[in-house]
Ligand binder design. Structure first.
Ligand code: GDP
Length: 461
């Protein structure tokens, strides 16, 4: 593919100051570029003659005037034993913004092109070093927000999912070959025994795909975070709850109702579950324009969230607004939170005691009940996780859609076979399923799919 014929470069380390900054170069021109801008301290002779996978100390030189830019360590990794399978050079300099930018400018001046986001990993995929689900795992690994998220991404990167999909794909190809053998000999009806064998394979593959698809329900939280919205009428203690969960002052706490006008979203690690906690404006009737907008956003946040903490103040009598909130969240994944247990209890909704809705009593002032609330958030959202985490899981919507499409096609195929419909139809549906799985693993892809996946990456990866 032509895109891997040129040489690309980018800063691989995060923007800002750090001990070390890395400029990475990949492509056929990497070694030649390095040879023109790097003066090794000891090694004499041509850099291209160095053995692969060596690290050399020296100076980075601006070829325009021969001045020294920085003291550097340069690593050389000759393809195909490199991240991209191409010749790769990494220049380790001191980690200052000015230094790495200057080095990048010099490298680009020597004929490299600035890499697009994710282009190094895209090349690793195009050159066959990793599959598509593994490429996706690279980004998930970098973006992982908790230890469990990291573990899932690294399993996927090491090929757990790719292997599982490969096994299923092979079974499907075998089943397809059996069916198509009978198409080629039209005088023969498919034997009952063969048909039973094919159906057995199809049912088993389909069940495994459906199980895999189901893992997305909970596994996705480890990639995207569990969106938890804190809602309730003004002054019940929503902002205080956010602050105590985050263990710092994030939201403004006042006695004046209606202070939080906009949504506040903050990341939180709850026993390894990455949570995006959203503090909303209090929901109440208001004539004030800005507050009304805030309230609208709160209502949308309820709709978009995965889990709702409906907060009530148990030190005052419950009112119509509390009951309205309860109606609004009914049927959703909600936890009722009765706050201010440090004050005498004035009222307590009876309903949760009689219903299945989980509830907890807390005080953001004393911290009472807080651990219980955290445990409740985890347990109500990760019901199956302890078993699922042992096997292969999927965290990504693209993967889920492709798996669902494959399972549906297999379902149609076995239905056709059971109904004694023409074998051409059985095979056509199977081939549909195979196409979906090939798109998933990257065996067959289009530019559009690749662009969509890799554009989410950061520069330099
Ligand atoms: P919000 O409008 O729902 O965000 O409520 P705030 O968090 O701003 O709190 C409203 C008022 O209730 C403030 O004066 C808080 O100090 C007070 N408050 C919040 N939580 C508690 C609690 O657990 N006990 C007591 N006694 N007061 C609380």
């Amino acid at each position: 593919m032509s895109s891997t014929e040129d040489t690309i470069a980018a800063v691989a380390t995060a923007a800002g100051q750090g001990g070390i900054g890395i400029v990475r170069i990949s492509g056929p021109g990497s070694l030649a570029i390095a040879g023109r801008i790097f003066a090794p301290r000891k090694t004499s002779g041509n850099i291209s003659d160095l053995p692969s996978h060596t690290v050399v100390y020296g100076h980075l030189i601006d070829p325009a005037d021969g001045s020294v830019v920085d003291e550097v360590l340069v690593s050389f990794m000759r393809g195909p034993r490199s991240y991209t399978r191409e010749d790769v050079v990494e220049i380790n300099s001191h980690g200052g913004m000015v230094i790495v930018r200057r080095i990048l400018t010099i490298v680009l001046g020597q004929g490299a092109r600035l890499a697009e986001p994710g282009e190094f990993t895209k090349r690793a995929f195009l050159n066959g070093r990793i599959g598509l689900t593994q490429a996706e795992a690279v980004m998930d690994l970098i973006a992982a927000r908790t230890e469990e998220g990291r573990r899932i991404a690294v399993d996927q990167l090491r090929g757990g999912l790719a292997e599982k999909l490969d096994t299923l794909r092979t079974s499907l190809i075998d089943a397809c070959a059996l069916v198509e053998a009978y198409i080629d000999f039209p005088e023969d009806e498919i034997e009952v025994k063969t048909s039973g064998q094919v159906l057995g394979v199809l049912d088993s593959v389909r069940a495994q795909l459906q199980r895999l698809s189901k893992t997305y329900d909970e596994a996705r939280f480890f990639r995207d975070g569990l969106a938890v919205a804190i809602v309730g009428r003004p002054n019940v203690g929503k902002s205080s709850l956010l602050n105590i969960l985050l263990a710092r002052e994030r939201a403004i706490v006042t006695e004046i109702p209606g202070t939080t006008r906009d949504l506040i979203e903050e990341p939180l690690d709850l026993e390894g579950l990455p949570v995006r906690i959203i503090d909303t404006a209090g929901i109440r009737h208001s004539d004030e324009r800005i507050e009304r907008e805030g309230i609208q956003r709160s209502i949308r946040a309820i709709e978009d969230s995965d889990c709702i903490l409906a907060v009530f103040d148990s030190s005052v009598p419950q009112n119509a607004e509390d009951r309205e909130l309860l109606d609004r969240v009914r049927g959703r994944n909600v936890i009722l939170v009765f706050n201010k247990t440090d004050l005498p209890c004035e009222s307590f909704l009876e309903e949760p005691l009689r219903s299945e809705i989980p509830w907890v009593r807390i005080s953001t002032r004393t911290g009472e009940g807080l651990d219980q609330l955290k445990a409740l958030i985890v347990s109500t959202n990760l019901r199956n996780w302890s078993q699922e985490r042992e096997g292969v899981v999927i965290t990504n919507l693209r993967q889920k859609h492709a798996i669902d499409r494959t399972a549906e096609a297999i379902g149609r195929s076995s239905e056709a076979l059971r109904a004694d419909r023409p074998l051409e139809i059985v095979s056509l549906e199977l081939r549909d399923g195979l196409a979906a799985i090939a798109e998933l693993t990257g065996a067959v892809t289009t530019e559009t799919i690749l662009d969509r996946i890799f554009s989410e990456f950061c520069i330099g990866k």
